[in-house]
Design a protein around this ligand. Structure first.
Ligand SMILES: [Zn+2]
Ligand SMILES: [Zn+2]
Ligand SMILES: [Zn+2]
Length: 458
């Protein structure tokens, strides 16, 4: 057989067990649809195949039934359109491959993946054309369907951490400016050419992961009604913190300027918001309010000393935040703390807080190391596509992390048990060299904190 010869092969589907007409069981046969014009383009990881539509023949009563979209979906083929007549099908395994590939290696684009399938088809002498918009739309529908199965049927957690349960110890928040989006992306040069479908694209994930821009903007505007905006740089010790501004400048070239997110001590993402200007304290406040709703005990931020001052002002102007400031304790990430004035290193040291354990406060960095890679593709996307891809990326991260959690936790426990012995020895030799007892330590800590507070006040 030479390449290009057309033979009557139909889409390989599961055969119904029972005939709909005579109710005979186990005697159904898969046959190509009698109408030779009913062709279906089937796209799989081996490329595109132009096959005949399928029918089922009952060997008892000779009744022929045409397959419908449910038969195809049941057999692992996802229709490109939700219409009764099927002309384009995508193999679900192909979608599963693209789903994992785009998250394992975020630098790959959908266009590149489709081109790869086209090349495989071409090499085998088959039609190389794969319709990009159909692939894109069908993949989105399939992804949303999978999400609903995971969340609504399997009850999988999305932005909550199973080991933390109902009260995570910490919410660690920081902004990632690599996840921006160009203001010109997804727009045409001439506004008259703009297609309505693009303008009104709906969010598939809603605010499940990334909170609504409207809610964030309303929240910030409310704060600004009583708190004065200022672009003044805040300093601590010798360092100036760019992110520490009550207000920030608008970036003209970018619409979304980055993503601000909060993670628990296990690196599970708890919530995220878009930034539309530089990082500002009102964005951080929105996230703190969010993680306070999850009963977090500690709030970790790179500039907690300046931020706490701002939150105290907010709590005076808006008494509903007084409980949040009273119940949540601010801490500094271990590495960032080194850039702060020495009193901050004492007052906000996570290792000197009860129940904080071995919290480092840098847990968000591991999420960023992966998420930043998406910045190469998100900056050229439309608003809705960027939100959906980042939401999917965060869920992919969370689900992967939860799956690995048993081994991560057992490794952490082993490491912590080893540390206890080492730290006990270190402590004993330190106490010995400074000629004091373990009972003196709480008093020394109180003394240090008093001195630190006095120094901050001066
Ligand atoms: Zn029959
Ligand atoms: Zn956790
Ligand atoms: Zn400081």
């Amino acid at each position: 057989m030479s390449f290009g010869t057309k033979i009557d092969i139909c889409v390989p589907c599961f055969v119904p067990t029972q005939c709909a007409k005579c109710s005979g069981k186990g005697n159904m046969k898969l046959i190509p649809n009698p109408d030779p014009n009913l062709q279906i383009a089937v796209v799989m990881h081996q490329g595109r195949f132009d096959l005949r539509a399928e029918s089922f023949l009952c060997m008892d009563c000779r009744e022929i039934t045409d397959a419908d979209k449910n038969d195809y979906i049941f057999s692992g083929f996802w229709p490109a359109r939700a219409t009764t007549s099927i002309s384009y099908l995508f193999c679900e395994e192909l979608f599963a491959m693209w789903y994992h590939l785009r998250h394992k290696s975020p630098l790959n684009s959908e266009k590149m993946f489709i081109n790869t399938i086209e090349e495989i088809s071409k090499e085998s002498g088959r039609s190389p054309i794969v319709n990009d918009p159909l692939f894109s739309r069908a993949f989105k529908e399939w992804e949303l369907c999978r999400l609903n199965i995971k969340v609504k049927i399997k009850n999988m957690s999305t932005v909550s951490c199973p080991p933390c349960g109902k009260s995570p110890v910490m919410g660690s928040s920081d902004g990632n400016v690599k996840l921006k989006r160009h203001a010109s992306a997804g727009k045409v040069l001439n506004p008259q050419n703009e297609r309505e479908s693009i303008q009104e694209e709906a969010l598939r994930f809603g605010d499940l992961v990334i909170k609504s821009d409207k809610d964030v903007a309303n929240f910030r505007n409310r704060i600004y009604t009583k708190i004065k905006k200022t672009k003044k740089k805040e300093m601590c010790g010798g360092s100036a913190f760019k992110a520490v501004k009550v207000d920030s400048c608008k970036r003209t070239k970018s619409d979304e300027t980055g993503l601000l997110l909060s993670v628990c001590r296990h690196g599970i993402e708890l919530g995220a918001i878009n930034m539309h200007e530089g990082e500002s304290m009102t964005y951080t406040l929105f996230l703190q309010k969010l993680v306070f709703g999850f009963n977090c005990k500690f709030f970790c931020s790179d500039f907690i000393c300046r931020y706490e001052k701002f939150v105290r002002k907010v709590a005076i102007a808006f008494p509903e935040y007084q409980q949040m400031t009273r119940k949540m304790k601010g801490i500094l990430p271990r590495m960032h703390a080194k850039a702060h004035h020495w009193p901050c290193q004492i007052l906000y040291n996570p290792h000197w807080q009860k129940v904080a354990g071995l919290i480092v406060g840098e847990e968000h960095e591991q999420v960023f190391s992966k998420l930043s890679l998406y910045g190469y593709v998100t900056k050229h996307m439309s608003k809705a596509n960027r939100m959906d891809l980042l939401s999917a990326a965060i869920l992919y991260w969370n689900w992967g992390k939860i799956e690995r959690m048993p081994s991560i936790l057992s490794k952490r426990l082993k490491r912590a048990s080893k540390c206890v012995a080492v730290y006990n020895d270190n402590l004993a030799s330190l106490l010995n060299s400074n000629q004091c007892n373990i009972e003196d330590l709480p008093e020394i800590l109180i003394e240090l904190k008093t001195k630190a507070l006095a120094n901050l006040g001066s």
